[in-house]
Design a protein around this ligand. Structure first.
Ligand SMILES: Nc1nc2c(ncn2[C@@H]2O[C@H](COP(=O)(O)OP(=O)(O)OP(=O)(O)O)[C@@H](O)[C@H]2O)c(=O)[nH]1
Length: 272
């Protein structure tokens, strides 16, 4: 890193057991501090032969296994060694991956052969992503839950959000972790992405969250004068309940007072 400007791109390979969120958070913060290095995106390679076994592995104490975390946080998922499995096995793996992460792009490969343009310059975390985000959000796949510990949920509500209330909503989820689903389990969001409208702001706003870090930024796209404003959010995480999240969000869009009496926040969730 001392030879500043000498690198075009850095591909960092973490160990098979790493939680990419921790590494990603580091680079994200670094960019905020004015560093030349910014986080472009997270790529996860899944082995077709053993992927499903790893993804469904049960960990003690109900912890989320590493493979699932790696898929959940990926912006690009390469399903590799497809030659080693049957079409049916591949289908099961695809469905499982999609139910965990409905937002990331999925490519199927052999010997990990992939055109570099597919994996470099993903811009998954910067405001450039706003241009394609709208399209992407229209195609978020939310497959049936399949007993998966981590799932993707998404919702869209018309209108604008109040910036302050939106921050409270996100902080309750990511920091306080005090939002419960209908079964009384605390929701755990590990990835958050969205395009929202803030009252009186001409630009569409991008929300990005990973683990406990999040950012609300103006995108390069303005709301068209005659277009209906809306907020769309995608959450990847555990114990997520779309209805509860949507109701809470509606409370944030409407009046701040309503938020305190909104469902799902009674009781205290243990901190992690
Ligand atoms: N049949 C087949 N073999 C593959 C493919 N990709 C890699 N291999 C082989 O699988 C073996 C193990 O390679 P990888 O799974 O890529 O190993 P790795 O990623 O270095 O291992 P870790 O980083 O420790 O996970 C090597 O002999 C590769 O040649 C593929 O698409 N099909």
């Amino acid at each position: 890193m001392q030879k500043k400007g000498k690198f075009d791109y850095i591909l960092l390979e973490t160990t098979g057991l790493a939680d990419p969120g921790a590494v990603a958070s580091m680079f994200w913060v670094d960019a905020e501090l004015g560093s030349d290095i910014y986080l472009d995106g997270i790529i996860t390679v899944v082995d077709s032969k053993y992927g499903l076994k790893h993804l469904t592995e049960e960990k003690p104490d109900g912890l989320v296994n590493e493979a699932t975390r790696q898929v959940a946080l990926a912006d690009m998922i390469l399903i590799n060694k497809t030659d080693l499995v049957s079409e049916e096995e591949l289908n099961n793996l695809r469905t499982t991956i999609r139910s965990i992460n409905g937002l990331g792009k999925v490519l199927e490969t052999q010997r990990s052969r992939v055109h570099l343009s597919n994996i470099l310059d993903l811009h998954a975390y910067d405001i450039l992503s706003g241009i394609s985000l709208q399209k992407k959000l229209q195609h978020v796949s939310t497959a049936p839950h399949l007993d998966q510990s981590i799932v993707t949920v998404t919702f869209e509500v018309p209108g604008s959000a109040k910036e302050e209330s939106l921050n409270v909503f996100i902080q309750n989820l990511l920091w306080e972790k005090n939002v419960k689903n209908k079964d009384g389990h605390c929701m755990e969001v590990i990835r958050l992405k969205g395009l929202v409208s803030i009252k009186d702001k001409p630009q569409q706003m991008i929300v990005q969250g990973i683990h406990e870090l999040y950012d609300l930024e103006e995108s390069l796209v303005n709301w068209k004068d005659d277009a209906e404003r809306a907020c769309q959010l995608v959450f990847i995480g555990r114990n997520l309940d779309k209805d509860v999240l949507q109701q809470l969000f509606l409370a944030a869009v409407a009046e701040a007072e309503e938020q305190r009496t909104a469902p799902g926040r009674d009781g205290v969730c243990p901190s992690h």
